[in-house]
Design a binder for this molecule. Structure first.
Ligand SMILES: Cc1cc2nc3c(=O)[nH]c(=O)nc-3n(C[C@H](O)[C@H](O)[C@H](O)COP(=O)(O)O)c2cc1C
Length: 175
């Protein structure tokens, strides 16, 4: 069976913690973790048909706001030129539903929209009724287009949220 590519950024924080937890649960032999940085190329993505993307929201509504760019800020413009036809992608996004209720996991929404625009198949949508927030760019047809995780204020829910989501994507991502 071909490996799953788990692309994530930024390093060292909650996104990386979740990426490693997912790899442990799926099996480290079945998944390759790739930290997305300025150097990451589309060729690296093209090695995989089954993908998981992990991203945190640490800015507001735009990618060119005043903050230090992180991996996905460099990779999104490349993805906008990619052909993702035939690729299945599941997303997880880190956020904080209390401090940023108005922008909850927005970055996961921006990333997911690029995947869809480039013909990738998104899987692992999550019911929004299990979350409290005011607005999110990651909602389509009343569902989150990936798994929102709030390690800042709901760490105790992460395990069950993650397990439910992994059962949901098991077949489509193939593990
Ligand atoms: C400067 C800053 C801005 C943030 N903006 C948002 C936001 O707009 N929406 C949101 O849901 N979370 C926001 N967060 C919360 C982070 O997404 C959350 O702390 C996440 O776990 C960070 O993951 P990381 O350590 O992998 O970057 C923000 C955090 C910081 C420090």
């Amino acid at each position: 069976m071909s490996k799953i590519g788990l692309f994530y950024s930024p390093a060292k924080g909650n996104t990386e913690k979740l990426a490693r937890k997912i790899a442990d649960k799926i099996g480290n032999d079945k998944i390759e973790l790739i930290l997305v940085d300025e150097e990451t190329s589309l060729a690296e993505l093209n090695k995989f048909d089954k993908l998981i993307f992990g991203i945190s929201t640490v800015g507001r509504e735009s990618w060119d706001a005043e903050y230090t760019k992180v991996g996905w800020d460099f990779y999104m413009p490349k993805l906008e030129k990619a052909n993702l036809k035939g690729k299945t992608v599941a997303l997880f996004g880190l956020g904080n539903h209390i401090l940023y209720a108005q922008y909850f996991v927005d970055a996961m929404g921006f990333l997911g929209k690029v995947v869809m625009e480039q013909d990738g198949k998104l899987v692992g949508f999550v019911d929004k009724n299990n979350y409290e927030f005011k607005h999110s760019e990651a909602i389509i047809d009343n569902k989150f287009i990936g798994l929102p995780i709030d390690e800042d204020t709901q760490e105790e829910l992460t395990e069950s949220r993650l397990n439910d989501w992994l059962s949901d994507i098991k077949k489509s991502i193939g593990f």
